[in-house]
Design a protein around this ligand. Structure first.
Ligand code: SF4
Ligand code: SF4
Length: 101
């Protein structure tokens, strides 16, 4: 999966939001997903914001999210816009903006 910086195994995701809480760059957010058990699912909303820190993968108790190898993917560098995006998502209860709960 070296063509993507970060990806989710939706069969494993329990929608706990821990990965979104851990992400410094606003690359991840929760979305409403009526078909999932908890009514939500994590989503990679800005793959180009992913800095490859691996915090989401470390935070996930269900091994549902994976990050590309630094040798295989050219990750972004963290900047203020990304920090602000992450803050806005956290202030929005971890949901993507506009799809909020
Ligand atoms: S690797 Fe880091 S920047 Fe990328 S989605 Fe995971 S927590 Fe966010
Ligand atoms: S931490 Fe894991 S189980 Fe929780 S929302 Fe993220 S991917 Fe899903």
């Amino acid at each position: 999966m070296a063509n993507a910086p970060v990806w989710v195994d939706e069969k494993r995701c329990k929608a706990c939001s821990l990965c979104v809480a851990a992400c410094p760059s606003g690359a991840l957010a929760m979305r409403i997903e009526p078909k999932s058990t908890l009514g939500a699912m994590v989503k990679v909303i800005a793959a180009d914001f992913c800095v490859g820190c691996g915090e989401c993968e470390l935070a996930c108790p269900d091994f549902a999210i994976s990050v590309a190898d630094r040798k295989e993917f050219n990750f972004a560098k963290l900047n203020d816009a990304m920090r602000q995006a992450a803050e806005a998502i956290k202030n929005n209860n971890f949901y993507e903006l506009g799809g909020a709960k």
